[in-house]
Design a protein around this ligand. Structure first.
Ligand code: ZN
Length: 306
């Protein structure tokens, strides 16, 4: 009898917990959907760089990069991103580097993609090779050195055909590289440009990433701040280029690009990183110089999160 009383009260407690959890879930979901993710944090935290240390460092200028495109057409993500880079309240006229798939039929390998490549460079952005293969997103590490070299030359020719110019940097698909692929890049005079911070909007993408995009970028720039403090990053022309990776094939990224710009500036401030004015590259020549310098130095690069 005693046992059965304990048992039923335990059952009751369990049912109550299940009911509370269900109510909490039902109640929480609409709130999460309706309340916009705060752009400016109210949470006080210790910046990774103290004002004294920051004062001795070159100010940060974000160097934005986009992988996998072009994503063209009426609903294409690349034009949506271009409009926001050109016209936004954070830093109008931002210039970025687009690492494109030049030969894939749904990317740069068709007339729409080629028109998009022309529009992108006509707006002052730089194009560079991600993949020059019709098969598209094949890791360079899976290609023989000869095939890799041919695909990179072909990709560069595809970009030159549309833009008249190709930036001498490369971003490998899946960010997969080794001594062999790096030797091929060097042989072709290409610098491998990885990134200091990533939006993680490539392979892993979902609502949980989008909701955490702000806190994620704060932690990315906290790591950048530590690299700056220990002089693992070198300034270029008086500013500290911080390479940030996005994917212009991601329609969430495209529809939130302006917010991402604000998040980067806010996350830098939260970490005590000094910011250049403007805090993003707006000059194509300076952008290219910074990209080539960073690729050549290769002192600090992310190896994960394509
Ligand atoms: Zn890619």
């Amino acid at each position: 009898m005693r046992f059965s009383i304990v048992s039923s009260s335990a059952l009751l407690r369990r049912l109550t917990l299940v009911a509370i959890a269900a109510i909490a879930t039902l109640g929480a979901l609409p709130v999460m959907a309706e309340v916009p993710w705060p752009v400016t944090s109210e949470v006080a935290r210790q910046p990774v760089l103290s004002p004294e240390v920051a004062a001795g460092l070159a100010p940060v200028r974000f160097l934005l990069t986009f992988d996998d495109g072009p994503d063209s057409g009426p609903d294409g993500s690349t034009p949506v991103i271009l409009r926001q880079l050109a016209d936004n309240p954070v830093a109008p006229g931002i210039k970025a580097i687009f690492f494109v798939q030049t030969a894939h039929p749904r990317r740069g390998g068709g007339p729409a993609g080629q028109a998009q490549m022309r529009d992108t460079c006509a707006a002052g952005h730089l194009l560079a090779v991600h993949s020059g293969l019709p098969e598209g997103h094949v890791p360079h590490t899976r290609l023989t050195p000869g095939k890799l070299a041919d695909s990179l030359r072909s990709g560069e020719a595809d970009i030159v055909a549309q833009c008249g110019h190709v930036a001498q940097v490369v971003r490998p698909p899946d960010w997969a590289h080794n001594d062999t692929t790096e030797a091929v890049y060097r042989q072709l005079g290409l610098g491998m440009l990885m990134a200091d911070a990533s939006a993680r909007d490539g392979k892993i993408y979902g609502w949980h990433i989008s909701l955490r995009r702000r806190s994620h970028m704060v932690s990315e720039l906290e790591r950048v701040g530590r690299a700056m403090a220990t002089h693992r990053l070198e300034p270029v022309n008086g500013v500290m280029p911080i390479v940030v990776a996005f994917h212009d094939t991601n329609d969430f990224t495209a529809s939130h690009m302006t917010e991402y710009l604000q998040i980067l500036v806010d996350a830098a401030r939260e970490n005590g990183l000094p910011l250049a004015n403007p805090p993003f590259y707006t000059d194509t020549t300076a952008l290219e110089q910074a990209a080539v310098a960073r690729a050549g130095a290769g002192v600090y690069a992310r190896e994960s999160w394509p």
